[in-house]
Design a protein. Structure first.
Length: 313
């Protein structure tokens, strides 16, 4: 079956079919005039991504996710000269195969944070939180006039998220005690509808941060996956590390925010409430998941109480 013939439902059902995707990757290798080599599929992520000889990465984009392809290409083409602290992938080739776009990139060396975090010492976790704050500040300092494809009209986007928050949270089965608190808690005045725009990746999570062991310590060395990048309020991008990595740990959350550029006095209830509101309005918001990763949050009686555990600084 040609990729162009796949419906979205067929694509989802075939997602784990290794032989099907292996054949497609083999076809791309031939199209790129590369010799036969070792193909290994990456285990994380929703896209079809393969390693070729541990030297290159081939990332395939379904036609119904063309916006992801456009964003990743634009970001990777433009950010390399601005990012100095970590490595990001370099595009080696851009092509189309059976109607789907693909990228061939160099493969960054390292181990994903998701495979390391539980075994890191607290000292390594704190050092990482400081490094990540600096890395994110550098990403957020990239001038936005070099981008066109990733502008989602932040004002429209966040306003729409606000107006539809009850329907969105209903999809994720927000607990009744939090549901009852929703309209009163989400104060519109905390939402920055017209911020200074920054390039956000939305993906500073354990699945996209690479580490190499240096001098007997793990060091953050690479960032991957820019398919969900967009322009918006920089504080919206802080949710990934705080909710998916630090999980309510005060020491790492605080050191991350200070390293990013916040002053001690800015780590206050106003910032906490804004971040909690953005967590509710986030396009992939899943409050139940955040709570499941934070043992102290499971017995919260309302959103204010919950915010103190999720955004503990």
């Amino acid at each position: 079956m040609l990729l162009s013939d796949l419906t979205y439902e067929q694509y989802k059902s075939l997602n784990e079919d290794s032989s099907f995707w292996f054949s497609k990757m083999t076809g791309i290798i031939k199209k790129e005039n590369l010799p036969a080599g070792l193909l290994t599929r990456f285990s994380y992520g929703s896209n079809i991504v393969y390693s070729y000889n541990s030297e290159m990465v081939i990332k395939l984009f379904p036609s119904y996710f063309k916006n992801q392809f456009d964003r990743e290409v634009e970001v990777l083409k433009n950010i390399e000269s601005y990012i100095t602290i970590v490595e990001t992938p370099r595009i080696l080739s851009i092509g189309s195969y059976e109607g789907w776009n693909y990228l061939v990139m160099n493969e960054l060396k390292g181990t994903l944070l998701i495979d390391l975090w539980d075994n890191l010492t607290m000292e390594e976790k704190k050092e990482f939180s400081i490094d990540l704050g600096k890395v994110m500040r550098e990403f957020h300092s990239i001038p936005i006039d070099i981008f066109d494809k990733i502008d989602v009209d932040w004002s429209f986007f966040i306003k729409n998220q606000y107006l539809n928050m009850k329907a969105n949270q209903k999809k994720f089965n927000l607990p009744q005690k939090l549901w009852d608190d929703l309209e009163e808690y989400v104060d519109e005045s905390y939402i920055n509808f017209n911020p200074k725009l920054n390039m956000l990746t939305g993906e500073f999570t354990p699945f996209n941060l690479l580490f190499i062991r240096e001098n007997n310590k793990w060091k953050l060395t690479g960032v991957i996956d820019f398919a969900d990048s967009f322009l918006g309020d920089n504080e919206y991008d802080l949710l990934g590390p705080i909710l998916f990595i630090f999980n309510g740990n005060k020491e790492t959350t605080k050191s991350f925010l200070i390293s990013y550029g916040f002053k001690q006095e800015e780590l206050n209830d106003t910032l906490r409430k804004k971040l909690m509101i953005y967590a509710i309005l986030h396009r992939f918001s899943n409050i139940n998941y955040y709570v499941s990763r934070n043992t102290k949050a499971s017995n919260c009686e309302g959103l204010e109480d919950l915010s103190n555990h999720l955004f503990n600084f």
